[in-house]
Design a protein around this ligand. Sequence first.
Ligand SMILES: O=P(O)(O)O[C@H]1[C@H](O)[C@@H](O)[C@H](O)[C@H](O)[C@@H]1O
Ligand SMILES: [Mg+2]
Ligand SMILES: [Mg+2]
Length: 281
Amino acid sequence: MADSLQTVMDYAVAVARKAGEVVQTALAGDRKVMTKSSAVDLVTQTDQKVEKLIIQSVKEKFPTHRFIGEESVAAGEACELTNEPTWIIDPIDGTTNFVHSFPFVAVSIGFSVNKQVEVGVVYSCLEDKMFTARRGRGAFCNGEPLQVSEQTDVHQSIIATEFGSNRDPEVVDKIFCSMKNVLKLPVHGVRSAGTAAINMCLVASGCVEAYYEIGMHVWDIAAGSLIVSEAGGLVLDVDGGQVDLMSRRVLAANNRSIAEKIVKEIVLFRPPRDDALDHKQ
Ligand SMILES: O=P(O)(O)O[C@H]1[C@H](O)[C@@H](O)[C@H](O)[C@H](O)[C@@H]1O
Ligand SMILES: [Mg+2]
Ligand SMILES: [Mg+2]
């Protein structure tokens, strides 16, 4: 598999770039907005078109591989991570940004074998930044090596998180309570890029010390998780334990010292797992 992983990586980069071009072209036109799990969980025809393009392209080259794609799952496909080679795809991470032309939009492609992410590609289309990682071979942005921040003092840190798309008042209260706790540590700032994949690339790039979220999905974080760990960071559950990609909880941090401080401030809850959730709504 070692050499074929490089073939997978090269192909994922080429496909992500092609997908990014479609996203950029679509930004110039009208976007028809539809909703999924809630009134603020948005999807457009471009999300669906880009996912089809990625899956069709990959199937031509790797006909036996499996897929977990955000929009295919929304259309009723199973969201099941097996030991088989699997492409984990978010065609547009940051759909709300895309709809509003808020300039952080990514194509995220992870590739897993034995349930472990081996290749991660995040293409931040509008910044034209291609983030890549292969397990054990480092993380890169446009070919330049990435390294997480060396900061160990949480008070000198920027922390990224997201509001998500669940507007259940109890969930919103928990999300705000965690944010308030983090802000009051105090930290230099709290930020939201509007995309999990780009938040993780910001950790990998050393611009923010940590990103945490409860409620995102496996396709949001599969590629980014490898990019963070290959840039020298840690990817954990929000309780500080081992991350489970299907659990919809993640904490990516530059080091353990920062991670431990953030864990203490997060109000924990468990959304339905990706592999237990009925995504077709
Ligand atoms: O649906 P897309 O692919 O845009 O992804 C999601 C983001 O990546 C989350 O971090 C974020 O919190 C939102 O839930 C957002 O929807
Ligand atoms: Mg996403
Ligand atoms: Mg998406």
